[in-house]
Unconditional design. Structure first.
Ligand SMILES: *[C@@H]1O[C@H](CO)[C@@H](O)[C@H](O)[C@H]1NC(C)=O
Ligand SMILES: *[C@@H]1O[C@H](CO)[C@@H](O)[C@H](O)[C@H]1NC(C)=O
Ligand SMILES: *[C@@H]1O[C@H](CO)[C@@H](O)[C@H](O)[C@H]1NC(C)=O
Length: 434
């Protein structure tokens, strides 16, 4: 019989995610020669608010929950748009709330139609900028708490070209509501500036993201950086010695070998037969969990077609504890997405063109977004040793577990329960593809 040693942290299974969002904005019109290009790059890994039932009535929670429903709708709209642009068999992974938050920051400097388009695409039309700012402030304040056993850092930075001064109010709002750290870089020396920005990002992401920014245009005037760094530890870790090579069926004709982890224990699961899918929750220590949505064979397209925030809520409400033999591949995914066309398709057109109005950022230079890209990385890595939990369940529960085998493409959501948010979402078509 093995002893269960409750060994802390480092040798268990970790899930690490980081995620990046870059915008490059440039100036336009006569001022171009003088001040050139306005650049904004953002590193983002945030949380997608989803419409959970609101059981609490604190002012701050109410405020941050205002964003839940629109952000969830935005997230799924984004998924649908990204999915049509993603080659078959490729993985998708992103932080929809990260993108929402970055766009909300951008909108603090936007005016007129540029602002309305941002707000209507984000689903914030019934709110004003102050309410959105306040809601994000509360949301991140709440996310900053409750961090026992998980690391979740959310923040922003703005690198400003020496000599270019954005409007005071814009900087103030970014600092106050979005905790932006503002620093000067010499963008006339693009390599040094890039190195400095990359150091900032690397520092904030525990070196998980390095060299994010390259080839900065010497004419850039500002780079905006957002980041979220999340690391969680499974509440019920997998045992290293239960991991073995197994087949994963990426599609009908493609089978890849994965390191398949296995654990037998109690999980919240729901078999949604009518909707052709199985949902299983894997809790982390702390307040986050992973939700895996495993469509029945050949049903991915169908599930992707209907999935929305109501289904997430329905599944959350429907799961129940079952004794399960769970097979989950170890995987690591890093996905880049160019968002320009996606955002334009979703209705944010003015920001990218000659009609852009960012007069809330600068009243002397005409600015527009020239590039928006996003990078998200997820790795589920097993470092662990103790098989404790599994063995304990083996001793106590002698009845046959139900088997859940994640051996075909699945959808993944990271949920945060204290704010009823989703951290990241994506589709893993092939766990061996980077
Ligand atoms: C935003 O809306 C709130 C609540 O309706 C209101 O109190 C506030 O004055 C509005 N702010 C602006 C700048 O319109
Ligand atoms: C990030 O910078 C802070 C302040 O300069 C420093 O204390 C910290 O050790 C750095 N972290 C990393 C991972 O480099
Ligand atoms: C399928 O999903 C819908 C929408 O969430 C839900 O109303 C319905 O109950 C689901 N079917 C089953 C069998 O769970």
């Amino acid at each position: 019989m093995r002893l269960f040693i409750n060994k802390y942290c480092y040798d268990l299974l970790w899930l690490t995610q980081t995620n990046i969002f870059i915008w490059v904005l440039f100036s336009y019109g006569q001022a171009v020669k003088m001040h050139g290009i306005f650049a904004m790059s953002a590193l983002v890994a945030l949380l997608l608010a989803v419409a959970w039932a609101d059981h609490h009535h604190h002012e701050s929670e109410m405020s941050c929950h205002k964003l839940s429903s629109p952000n969830a709708d935005f997230a799924f709209a984004l998924y649908k748009s990204l999915n049509t642009k993603t080659a078959a068999g490729k993985n998708i992974f992103y932080s929809p709330l990260g993108i929402s938050k970055a766009l909300s920051m951008l909108s603090t400097g936007a005016r007129g139609e540029t602002h309305s388009q941002l707000f209507s695409t984000l689903g914030y039309s019934v709110l004003n900028q102050t309410q959105v700012n306040e809601a994000y402030k509360h949301l991140f304040h709440m996310l900053g708490q409750n961090q026992e056993n998980q690391q979740l850092d959310v923040g922003n930075g703005i690198a400003v070209r020496s000599g270019f001064t954005p409007l005071e109010k814009f900087l103030k709002d970014v600092k106050h509501y979005y905790s932006g750290e503002i620093f000067n870089v010499d963008l006339t020396k693009p390599e040094e500036a890039a190195a400095e920005i990359n150091r900032f990002i690397a520092n904030k992401t525990q070196d998980k993201i390095k060299n994010m920014v390259q080839d900065l245009d010497p004419a850039l005037v500002m780079v905006l950086i957002n980041y979220v760094y999340f690391r969680g530890e499974w509440k019920y870790p997998f045992s290293h010695d239960q991991t073995y090579k197994a087949d994963f069926h990426a599609d009908r004709t493609t089978t890849v070998q994965v390191d398949m982890m296995m654990r037998t224990g109690f999980y919240n699961i729901y078999r949604d037969a009518a909707n052709h899918t199985t949902v299983i929750m894997l809790p982390y220590k702390g307040s986050s969990s992973m939700m895996i949505v495993l469509p029945d064979e050949g049903k991915m397209v169908e599930v992707e077609g209907y999935i929305n925030k109501e289904y997430i809520r329905h599944w959350q409400d429907s799961v129940s504890m079952k004794y399960v033999e769970l097979y989950l591949p170890k995987f690591s995914v890093s996905a880049d997405a160019s968002l320009d066309n996606t955002l334009k398709e979703m209705g944010i057109t003015n920001a990218f063109g000659g009609n852009a109005d960012f007069s809330g950022m600068s009243d002397t230079i005409r600015l527009e977004v020239s590039k928006a890209s996003h990078k998200a990385a997820l790795s589920v890595t097993e470092m662990g040793t103790e098989a404790a939990a599994t063995n304990i369940f083996d001793l106590v529960y002698r009845f046959l577990p139900e088997t859940v085998r994640i051996d075909r493409p699945f959808l993944v959501f990271i949920l945060e329960s204290s704010t009823r948010n989703i951290l990241f979402m994506g589709k893993i078509n092939n766990p061996t593809a980077m």
